[in-house]
Design a binder for this molecule. Structure first.
Ligand code: ADP
Length: 398
């Protein structure tokens, strides 16, 4: 089966084509809506990687370029299904679904919950329906994997009526990545996902941790929005709500300015005053920059605190998984997060930890009660797998 995966952002499209789960094409279109949009594509099987500049006024044109100009360069003649990353499925969608009119209406209803993402995700679906009317579209939601959370983990301790009125609750994000990590961890540990208790740490520019019991998410750090949870590149993560109201009044901040402060000016960037990029933070720290050192220490400490909570929530996980930009590439961050946790049963093997950069494997010592793994996340492959499974079972049901 040939599955096209699409991730439509506000000004970008990331897409990947899988043929029987092997990646045969990746295309990224940036600066959509500008005269100098940048199109990059890779055909791994032919060792081809090219970049060119061409005006792409909207998502429909972008997808059209992928289908008519880039796809023919591969050996793939036909697409069997399209998997779309959709940021928010609210409480309605607990799994991925084949798109129909009802699904599109529901994605639209979730726009207030994800105003920066859902409109573009929906635009991508509509464009595919127009360009390839005979091909089925599948919506894979970032939120749906976490819909298994019990209400005691999902609700905030605020008036229940606000949940009823506005659906204010923890939704969690990065669901497809956490789901992939569960699947891949089971492969590495040679067992079934349903037999594992895991703490999955997706540490990218945006970052979240999930507690996963027997393949189901039972808690996660991101909340009603992706601002919640651990410290990130530019996001604060969890914060005393009193700080928010104090600053709104002291600095005269509007809701939009408040949003910008906690989403774009906080985290590693806010504390260091220089950068949201962990590589720069480590570099500055090594050159004696005290604020960068503080940002690094805070990042590792806060992450350690949430991992410790989830060790309790899961009553001892089998493994802790590190993934995404920081988690996959920084042995230093991994070591600092898990240092002094030997009494909790975690012992890192420094040599293995330093060896595993952007590669999958185990980095804990044999005697470590909780195993520690590094896994390179692959959200596109997970979306392709989910899409394939859904379309195959539908075909089987005909
Ligand atoms: P996102 O997809 O959320 O934009 P990524 O998962 O690509 O983010 O992660 C990006 C982050 O990964 C960068 O901001 C950078 O801080 C971090 N990163 C990448 N390589 C390294 C490295 N070698 N050491 C430390 N951090 C790294």
């Amino acid at each position: 089966m040939n599955i096209l995966v699409l991730n439509c952002g506000s000004s970008s499209i990331k897409s990947a084509l899988f043929s029987d789960e092997s990646n045969v094409l990746s295309v990224t279109i940036e600066r959509i809506g500008f005269s100098d949009s940048i199109i990059t594509y890779k055909i791994p099987t032919q060792n081809v990687e090219e970049k060119f500049v061409q005006q792409v006024p909207n998502h429909k044109t972008g997808i059209e370029i992928i289908l008519t100009s880039i796809l023919p360069k591969t050996e793939i003649k036909k697409i069997d299904g399209i998997g779309h990353r959709v940021a928010h499925g609210g409480e309605r969608f607990t799994t991925a679904v084949i798109v129909d009119e009802y699904v599109k209406q529901e994605i639209e209803k979730c726009i207030p919950l994800a105003p920066l993402h859902n409109p573009h995700n929906l635009a991508g679906i509509v464009a595919c329906e127009t360009l390839l009317p005979e091909i089925k579209n599948v919506a894979v939601f970032d939120t749906s994997f976490h819909q298994t959370m019990p209400m005691k983990a999902a609700l905030f301790p605020i008036p229940y009526s606000l949940y009823e009125k506005y659906k204010i609750r923890r939704y969690g994000f990065h669901g497809t990545s956490h789901q992939y990590l569960v699947y891949r961890a089971a492969e590495i540990l040679k067992t079934k996902p349903e037999k594992l208790k895991l703490i999955t740490c997706h540490l990218g520019n945006g970052a979240s941790i999930a507690a996963i019991k027997y393949a189901k998410s039972i808690d996660t750090t991101m909340g009603f929005t992706p601002t919640a949870g651990i410290m990130m590149g530019t996001r604060s993560g969890d914060i005393d709500p009193g700080v928010v109201t104090f600053l709104q009044s002291a600095e005269g901040l509007s809701p939009q300015e408040t949003n910008l402060l906690f989403n774009n000016r906080s985290g590693l960037l806010g504390v260091s005053g220089v950068s949201s990029d962990m590589r720069t933070i480590i570099d500055l720290m090594n050159r004696g920059d005290k604020k960068a050192e503080l940002a690094f220490e805070m990042y590792c400490y806060i992450t350690k605190k949430y991992i410790s909570q989830y060790i309790g929530v899961l009553n001892y996980p089998d493994a802790i998984i590190f993934s995404a930009g920081v988690g996959e590439n920084s042995p230093l961050v991994r070591e600092h997060i898990l240092q002094d946790m030997d009494k909790l049963g975690i012992i890192i093997d420094k040599k293995l930890n330093n060896m595993l950069i952007s590669k999958d494997g185990i980095i804990s010592k044999k005697e470590s009660r909780i195993k520690v793994l590094v896994i390179k996340t692959n959200e596109e492959l997970m979306i392709a797998k989910i899409t394939k499974k859904l379309l195959s079972s539908e075909a089987g049901n005909l």
